[in-house]
Write a protein that binds this ligand. Sequence first.
Ligand code: MEV
Length: 412
Amino acid sequence: MSVTDRRAALTDATGCGAELFAQVDASAFDAEAAADLSENVFGVFSLPLGAATNFTINGTDVLVPMATEEASVIAAASNAARMARPQGGFSTSSTRPLMQAQIQLINIADPHAARTRILERQSEIIDLANAVDPKLVEVGGGVTDLEVRLVEARSTTYVLVHLLVDVRDAMGANAVNTMAEAVSSAVAAIAEGDALLRILTNKADRRLARARAVFDKELLGGEEVVDNILHAYELAAADPYRAATHNKGIMNGVSAVVLATGNDTRAVEAGAHSHAVVDGRYSSLSRFEKNAAGDLVGTLEMPMPVGLVGGATKVHPAARAGLRIAEVTTAQDLGEIIVAVGLAQNLAALRVLATEGVQRGHMSLHAKNLAASVGASAEEAEIIVDRLIEEKAFRFDRAESLLAELRSGGAR
Ligand code: MEV
C-alpha cells in the first residue's frame, strides 16, 4: 500500500481522520515545541511510524503504533500476530501499576534496629508521602506499602526504604521521586542516620505485564520448525550471550511501541534486562513450550513502567496519535499491548532464525533502501531491487550504476 492508501485503511479501521494524520506529519512537532521537552534544541529527529496488524488481544483487534528505524520489525510482528490468530490471539494480564522509590540511608549504627524502627512508624511515613500527591490519592493511587531492605555493601550496611506507590496512569517517576524526597528527612531521623539517594528503581518488578499466545504449528511451518524454535529458545534460556540477542529481539517490538506512545524507552529497557536475571544469571525474558496439540505456546512477563499522562505522551502530537490508533484508555492496557508485541516480535525472530536465517529478508529490504538512497522513482526502484537481489550485490555503487543504466535505456 502507499502511505495514502494506508491512511485510508486506518481511517476505515479506527474512524481516525485527517486531524490524526496532521498529528503524525513531521511538521506537527516543530523545534519550538520540542524545545519544551529537552535542552539546547535546534531541530527534531523523525523516525518511521507504522501500525502493526493482526493483533487480537483479549478478544479485541488492535492496531499497534510502532516507531522504529529498523527494517522488518513491524512486518515481523504483524506476521507473528497472524500465526496467533487461529488460537485466539494474545491473552494478557498485569499487576497493579506499582512503582517503587528507594531511599538510601547512610551512617546508621544499628541497621537491624533502624529497620524495625522505620516499620513501627510505617503508616505515619505513608501518610506523609501521600500528603504530597493528593491528586494521585484522589484517583485511587498513592503509597500502598513500605518495605525496608538491608543491603550489605563493601564498606557498610545500607538501610534501603522502598515506597511502593500505585501510580495509576502515570509512568510514575515524578510521583515517586517527589514522595521519596518529601519523606526522606523524617525517615532518616527515625533511622538515626542520613538520607542520601532518593530515586525510583527501574527494576519495576511490582509493575508487571504478561502475554501468552499459542502459535499455530502449521502456520509456523510444521513440527520440525516448532522443535527448532524450542531449541532456539532453550539456548537463550541457558546462554547469556544468546539471551542478550534474544531479548534484544523482544525489545525491537517493545521499544518501538514505547517510543511511538511517547514513553521512556530506557526505563522499560532497564526494567526488562533487570527482570531477565534469574538467580544471578542473565537469561531469556520469554518462555516457549509445546502444548499437547503440538502448537507452540509463548509467554512473556516483564516490568512495564509506561504511562498515558505526562511528559512526551501528552506533549508530542504523534504520541497522542499513537495512543488513539491503539485505542487505549489505561496505562495497564497499553502495557499489555506492548508485552504482546514483544512476544510476537520474539517469536518472529526465532522462527526466521530457526528456518531460513535473517539475511534474505534483511537484504531485500536493504536493496529497497539502496534504491531509495540513489534517488530511484518507485518504478525504477522495483527494477533495481530485483537486479540487486539477483546479483546479490547489495552495494550503493551498484544501485547507482543500475539507475544510470536504466535512465540511459538499459538494465531492464
Ligand atoms: C535483530 O534486530 C534481532 C534478532 O537478532 C533477534 C534474535 O536474534 O532473536 C534477529
